[in-house]
Write a protein that binds this ligand. Structure first.
Ligand SMILES: Cc1ncc(COP(=O)(O)OP(=O)(O)O)c(N)n1
Ligand SMILES: Cc1ncsc1CCOP(=O)(O)O
Ligand SMILES: [Mg+2]
Length: 212
């Protein structure tokens, strides 16, 4: 696998759109200890704010030993020396990102409900494959709904499989049983009344050994 020697597993936290950097850092600090990876995603901020926030998160993640992945923006990922980038259908090509960031980088690709897209991403050097949305979500307007059978079928690429979209501690178990190595989550953690407890509960969904 490109990007990491140990097989990653657990909670893949994604930041909420928060224009207040100090508040964003407080929110992330409260839950970062439960995360396997952190993705910086802010669909509302301009370039300067995104750079400020990504740099601040870079320092937090380095201190916590949590890889930082930047959503959408390959140039920003490079500029802040992030550990990787996450790419969707409107973003750069994974092969371009791999070339730009190097063999050790995490290059994640959104595959939605599309196994052919996953095959192309794997061939282009993706580090992990993300599928979704598995459940209704308030964090993004989604048009495609994924089914747990996709996760089983995607085992053939031997890359970490990420499940996203409305994932909570109450609905994660079937996704993990179907082979999700990580669940990517915004709202179930950052909008929870007790975010640290919500993050711990999601992480605990991975306490049992990985399915064969
Ligand atoms: C882990 C993970 N999976 C999927 C997405 C969605 O990416 P994309 O389709 O490019 O949509 P935006 O997040 O850019 O709105 C993701 N960010 N992370
Ligand atoms: C970015 C993204 N891509 C598919 S669903 C989604 C949003 C995930 O957020 P939440 O965990 O709040 O449903
Ligand atoms: Mg994107």
């Amino acid at each position: 696998m490109n990007g990491s020697s140990a097989a990653p597993r657990g909670l893949y936290l994604i930041t909420p759109d928060d224009p207040d950097t100090a508040r964003l850092l407080r929110r992330v600090d409260a839950v970062l200890g439960a995360a396997t990876w952190l993705q910086y995603r802010n669909k509302a901020a301009g370039a300067a704010l995104r750079r400020e926030q990504a740099l601040a998160l870079r320092a937090r993640c380095a201190a916590a030993g949590v890889p930082l992945i930047v959503n959408d923006d390959l140039a920003l990922a490079r500029a802040v020396a992030a550990d990787g980038v996450h790419l969707g259908e409107d973003d750069a090509d994974p092969a371009t990102a791999r070339q730009a960031l190097g063999a050790g980088a995490l290059v994640g690709v959104s595959c939605y409900d599309d196994l052919e897209r996953a095959a192309r991403a794997a061939a282009a050097g993706a580090s992990y494959l993300a599928f979704g949305a598995f459940h209704p979500t308030r964090s993004k307007i989604t048009t495609r709904r994924a089914d747990a059978r996709l996760l089983r079928a995607a085992a053939c690429w031997a890359l970490p499989r990420v499940a996203i979209g409305g994932v909570t501690a109450d609905n994660a178990a079937p996704l993990v049983a179907a082979g999700a190595d990580l669940v990517a989550v915004i709202g179930a953690v950052f909008d929870a009344p007790d975010p640290p407890a919500a993050a711990r509960a999601l992480r605990q969904c991975f306490d049992a050994p990985a399915p064969p």
